[in-house]
Ligand binder design. Sequence first.
Ligand SMILES: *Cc1c(COP(=O)(O)O)cnc(C)c1O
Length: 421
Amino acid sequence: MATVPIRTNENRDTLPVEAPFLPFSAPCFGIEEEQELLQALKSDWITTGPRCKTFESVFAEYTGSKYAIALNSCTAALHLALASQNIGVGNAVITSPLTFTATANVIVHQGAQPLFVDVDPDTYNLDPVQLHKFIDSQCVWNAKENILRVRATQNAVRAIIAVHYGGHPCAIDEINEMAARFGLSVIEDAAHALGGVYRGRNVGTLGDVACFSFYPTKNISTGEGGMLTTNDPDLAQRARVLSLHGITKDAWKRYSKEGSWQYDVTEAGFKYNMTDLAAALGLQQMHRLPSLLSRRAEIAQLYAAMLADLPLQHPTVMPDVTSAWHLYPVQILSSSVTREDVIQQLRKQNIGASVHFIPVHLMSFYQQQFGFKRGDFPVAEQVFDKIVSLPFFPRMSDDDVARVAGAMSSILERWEPALAS
Ligand SMILES: *Cc1c(COP(=O)(O)O)cnc(C)c1O
């Protein structure tokens, strides 16, 4: 964090005291992470090894999944979720347009067709009603083959990637029901949602396979990293082999005392394994997770209370879920202040903000390659036009939250004619 500039006697009265920069997000590491990382370094086992194994078992236990595979990103996990199920050329995958581009990119990596279904205006998650409409109007069910085909391309729809936006679990029962009817796999993009609960079930066990991110802004971080969870032994086995070149033994087994030099390559896999240095951080972050989550929920409550009177749409939490509170996004409902004004004014007050997300179908690649255009997903576009993610991370103090709230009031009240008069 920036420090307050040193002032001399002459300019004490003229120089404004600048508040330190408050970032949009920051990771939360302590002495425990430092010590674990140092031990990993000193152990000489720095890539995939004992710490990855322990991180995986702690993670599997926390989420309640049978298998957890530590990887070097959530993007890798999403890619393996598709590859392990042979989803590729001739196939199509449905997801939300209001997501990070990684969710859609992996579909393209596999040579499959990305399909988007618009989001719910309250949770910003894939809307099951829209999903139903989409299948009804854009797809054809072939009962003899048991295949759902995209009418326009004849590609076989194979999976739905359900993004738990901001940590709020998707309406998964409705999504699973539709998936079961049409033989689709459900992949959770749980990049935001470690710690989320849906009707008593943990995120990570809500679909066929789930993908988590440990990028620096996410609920826990390993620098870069990801995890794949599943209850399906075949999928787990395939994903593990594909995560390390398609080699049937991992380096841990090859280079440890019990190992042997022999290995076979059963298919051309990827290089997606996590390092033990990253797992050292992940292990300690898992110990810290309950306190990180409760502080996130606390800050959300503070924001909701402090910003209650402003022209904003706050995040909604459905009654049957626990949000993992990854983001605090507000929609600017003022008629005179735009989202861009808010971000600029916050910046002037040394406060960072972000936008989640520029809808993927508005990206030039997706427009040129697949013909998407503005107007295709009006709810995602309306949300995107108005949304700002406020600073939101566990190390924020109550004073930091109050500072953001004060800034938001001054920005919105100063500019709002109705309130200013
Ligand atoms: C961050 C993010 C990803 C990608 O995670 P990485 O670990 O950076 O690969 C995927 N999906 C969503 C929704 C994300 O926010």
